[in-house]
Design a protein around this ligand. Structure first.
Ligand code: FES
Length: 150
């Protein structure tokens, strides 16, 4: 069901943990499966994401996709990071089973929430985040989620 890359990132996830005094922290959750994702960012004065860590109370697909997403994002600028799509993360993982694709969205949403937190604390504005709300129930949209997905 899961390819080797996904399994490897699940068994040996990168960038798990907490950043003390993080510049941005984002947490998103899903009321249906109960999974929670938290992302911490260390951001330099020139808006480079120097460090990123995540913690999740979530399934294996959420762990693997967050691990891959954090690897891709580390070292990027905020505007570069905001352009990274969920599909790029999925492609780098070699894909997830269709019923698990929605799990990877949790990392993307937590990243956006963390950048929004940074923006609010520093009086910055990123147009890519217009209309984004960390409190939305993300799985209720169009990610193919159903009660029986997990
Ligand atoms: Fe909820 Fe995977 S993130 S089942």
């Amino acid at each position: 069901m899961y390819n080797e890359t996904v399994m490897e990132h699940f068994v040996n996830p990168r960038n798990v943990g907490v950043i003390e005094n993080a510049d941005g922290v984002g947490e998103v959750g899903n009321v249906k499966c109960g999974d929670i994702m938290k992302i911490y960012l260390k951001i330099s004065a020139d808006e480079v994401i120097e460090d990123i860590k995540f913690k999740t109370f979530g399934c294996g697909s959420a762990v693997a996709s967050s691990s891959m997403a954090t690897e891709i994002i580390k070292g990027k600028t905020i505007s570069e990071a905001l352009k990274i799509t969920n599909k790029q993360v999925l492609d780098a993982l070699g894909g997830l089973p269709p019923v698990k694709v929605h799990c990877s969205v949790l990392a993307e949403q937590a990243l956006k929430a963390a950048i929004l937190d940074y923006a609010q604390k520093n009086g910055k504005h990123y147009p890519e985040l217009d209309g984004f709300s960390p409190d939305d129930d993300h799985h209720d949209h169009d990610h193919g989620f159903a009660e029986t997905d997990f």
